[in-house]
Design a protein around this ligand. Structure first.
Ligand code: ACO
Length: 175
């Protein structure tokens, strides 16, 4: 039996839905929805999808919700988005744009694309590309003069297909 999806009455979102590219929304299959992260998304498998990318260390729902509210308390800074499978009410793809305000470039801003992941069973269906397009749209609509990200060598062709070019090097020092 198929589940009929009904839009939740009011989702508590990290930022307004209007900041999601209408073009990207329109390109998704009708059974999927792209939207800002919601305060109830812990239950929809947000961390399960992120675990495709790296170690998660799940500290539980209360801690997750506290982090959500801490991010929302810094307006115009954290833009986490999800793609939801409406039938199962499960998240299948995630990503974040972090807006850095600078003193350079006439007090310009840079958009950092972070923590992009697609559920293993959904990879290869252009969901990763839709996440990048939506995050780039958010970055550009925040007036950022560039959007940047770090990735491993294996993902370079993916980001090139999304219109990104290779620039400089990444340095890291782990605590
Ligand atoms: N090598 C070559 N081409 C690739 C690769 C790859 N590793 N991955 C995707 N592509 C190509 C696809 O074939 C497709 O090409 P096409 O337009 O010619 O058909 C295009 O890139 C778009 O691919 P999508 O279907 O959108 O890719 P997908 O939905 O699988 O998402 C992603 C790609 C995000 C890398 C996914 O595979 C994933 O979650 N991987 C594990 C986690 C990860 O590595 N995340 C990125 C970390 S970097 C960061 O967060 C900034």
């Amino acid at each position: 039996m198929s589940t009929t999806y009904s839009e939740p009455a009011s989702l508590d979102l990290l930022f307004p839905q209007e900041l999601i590219s209408p073009e990207v929304s329109a390109q998704l299959p009708s059974d999927l929805q792209i939207r800002p992260l919601a305060s109830t998304d812990y239950k929809r498998g947000h961390l399960d999808v992120l675990s495709v990318l790296s170690v998660v260390n799940d500290l539980g729902e209360v801690a997750w919700v506290n982090q959500f509210h801490a991010m929302r308390a810094a307006p115009h800074t954290y833009y986490s988005i999800v793609i939801l499978d409406k039938a199962s009410d499960k998240i299948v793809a995630v990503g974040t744009a972090f807006i850095e305000r600078k003193f350079l470039r006439g007090l310009g801003s840079v958009g950092h694309i972070e923590d992009v992941a697609v559920d293993k069973s959904q990879q290869g269906k252009k969901l990763g590309m839709r996440i990048i397009q939506a995050l780039t749209y958010i970055s550009e609509n925040n007036g950022c003069y560039k959007s940047i990200l770090n990735c491993n060598d294996a993902n370079i062709p993916f980001y090139q297909k999304c219109g990104y070019v290779q620039k400089e090097n990444e340095m890291a020092k782990y605590a």
